[in-house]
Write a protein that binds this ligand. Structure first.
Ligand code: NDP
Length: 500
């Protein structure tokens, strides 16, 4: 059913959806060993919109071999300035095809077209440009060494940074294009080649991206895309001995499994995992003024963001005020398709995920947690869930402990900043946090004492290509973005030369 409120799809998007998608290996489409009959759905309706392939271990092996040949061949031989040019051209193509990519992402992932345009595409274009610049700026160091023998000898030391090799990248379903580019762009800037596996639920923009990499002049085999299920295609990639580095974004349990597998092959790895991110709100702020920031921190992309706030700790004296304002703002959200520009909350990604969120909320209700607003999956097509505010959840309730990854938040009163920080840190996760106050000393004290990879002050959610991103504790291993990403896709080689 087409609603008059929905934006019209570009012909480029309709044509792409009608294809049965193979695997992108060695610079072109190749059929998988099995027919391309895995359905891809539109979360706003549940309708099938396209079909992709389920890559076998043999298919994954072909992709890894293509990536290895490109790494040892043309890509390794290319000058850094030429790699930079390829990435700049890719950013231009992403911009040129931006509206089509945004529509494709909204159709497949469910997110608002506004977010798809501004973040999934817009921020990604800037990310690729930022990383393109790194290709020509990768540096080592020179050292005047003090090796004591033979007496009187002098030695010059150097460190070189070399590409780590063939990268296996596992990409989740919440920001499929953006997170693929968070991995692809620094990998290619450093001279690595890559095999990407998007989530089986949201593979479409990454498949389109593969075509654009060829148009950008990136040689065959440098970028390969295999689609399929995590437990089969994903596992074949993470166990493959030809992979030199694994980069994974997803849940903590799967991340841990991948970390163990990586160690078996001594494969380098970075893991960007889940969070149960606290938001501390002190009583010295004008609540209506900060409300849009609080709402964005909690409900951006329906809360399907690893860094989204899900545990709110509100100073007792402001608790009723903040909860009241949040309740009103949440009740004013309008559920609708991502293709409806007037809708302010979109569906969750799959029926499976929506049911998981619904079950967690219904279990919390049974355990005596008060549902202030929301709490239900509305009866309508698509995978919607109402924005939900829970109060009076015990510290050990699953709603306070487990990553929900949906439009569900808990609000808990706290006495003061010390109490808030103790609660904030009482979690196995440590991805992100925010503190909201006008008191600079309080803010800086919180920044130092909160155990999380990112702490925002008076905002919650923005990321930047130059600012390292990753988690403490069970939220990950290593960092993405900035120079940290360059370190993660290179190996350091030490050189020692006697000087006569
Ligand atoms: P997973 O961690 O299972 O999936 C993330 C990615 O890993 C997907 O591409 C998935 O493929 C792949 N994968 C799954 N199992 C394996 C494996 N054994 N080997 C290699 N790759 C694998 O997350 P889910 O999609 O199941 O979501 C569950 C929860 O994870 C969410 O509710 C949320 O809490 C969290 N999550 C966190 C994200 C983050 O940004 N940190 C992103 C997504 C989810 P496929 O989808 O094809 O199975």
């Amino acid at each position: 059913m087409t609603s008059p409120h929905l934006i019209a799809l570009l012909p480029e998007v309709s044509a792409f959806l009608q294809r049965r998608h193979g695997l992108w290996i060695d610079g072109g489409w190749q059929p998988a060993s099995a027919p391309a009959d895995t359905p891809v759905r539109n979360p706003a309706t549940g309708d099938i919109i396209s079909f992709v392939s389920d890559a076998s271990a043999d298919d994954v092996d072909r992709a890894v071999c293509a990536a290895r040949a490109a790494f040892d061949g043309p890509w390794r031989a290319m000058r850094p300035a030429d790699r930079e040019k390829c990435l700049v051209r890719l950013s231009e193509l992403l911009e040129t095809h931006g509206e089509a990519l945004a529509q494709l992402e909204t159709l497949n992932q469910g997110k608002s077209i506004h977010i798809a345009r501004a973040i999934e595409v817009g921020a990604s274009v800037e990310y690729v440009r930022y990383m393109a610049g790194w290709a020509t700026k990768i540096e080592g160091s020179t050292l005047d060494l003090s090796i004591p023998v033979p007496a009187g000898a002098r030695n010059l030391g150097m460190t070189l940074r070399e590409p780590v090799g063939v990268v296996g990248a596992i990409v989740p379903w919440n920001f499929p294009l953006m997170i693929a580019l968070w991995k692809l762009a620094p990998a290619l800037a450093c001279g690595c080649t890559i095999v990407l596996k998007p989530s089986e639920d949201t593979p479409l923009t990454v498949l389109r991206l593969a075509e654009l990499t060829a148009e950008a002049g990136i040689p065959p085999g440098v970028v390969n895309v295999v689609t399929g299920h995590g437990h089969s295609t994903g596992a074949a990639l993470t166990c493959h001995p030809g992979i030199d580095k694994l980069t994974f974004t997803g849940s903590t349990p799967v991340g841990k499994q991948i970390g163990h597998q990586a160690i078996d092959n001594m494969t380098r790895f970075t893991l960007e995992l889940g969070g149960k991110n606290p938001m501390i709100i002190m009583d010295d702020l004008d609540v209506p003024a900060i409300l849009p920031g609080l709402m964005a921190g909690c409900f951006f992309n329906q809360g399907q963001v690893c860094a989204a706030a899900s545990r709110l700790y509100i100073q007792q004296s402001a608790f009723d005020r903040v909860v009241g304002e949040l309740q009103n703002a949440m009740q004013a959200l309008t559920l609708g398709s991502g293709l409806d520009p007037s809708a302010t909350l979109q569906p969750l990604v799959t029926a499976r995920h929506r049911n998981r969120v619904a079950e967690l909320v219904s279990r919390a209700r049974e355990q005596g947690v008060e549902v202030v607003t929301g709490g239900q999956a509305p009866t309508r097509p698509g995978y919607y869930f109402e924005p939900t505010l829970l109060v009076n959840a015990a510290d050990d309730n699953a709603a306070m402990r487990e990553e929900i990854f949906g439009p569900v938040i808990t609000a808990t009163p706290v006495r003061d900043l010390d109490h808030a920080i103790a609660c904030a840190n009482d979690t196995r996760y440590g991805l992100a946090a925010s503190v909201w106050t006008r008191d600079l000393n309080a803010a800086l004290s919180a920044v130092r004492r909160i155990k999380a990879g990112t702490v925002w002050v008076n905002s919650h959610i923005p990321v930047d290509p130059s600012l390292p991103f990753g988690g403490f504790k069970h939220s990950g291993y290593g960092r993405e973005h900035g120079s940290a990403a360059i370190d993660a896709y290179t190996e350091s080689k030490s050189v020692c030369i006697p000087v006569f």
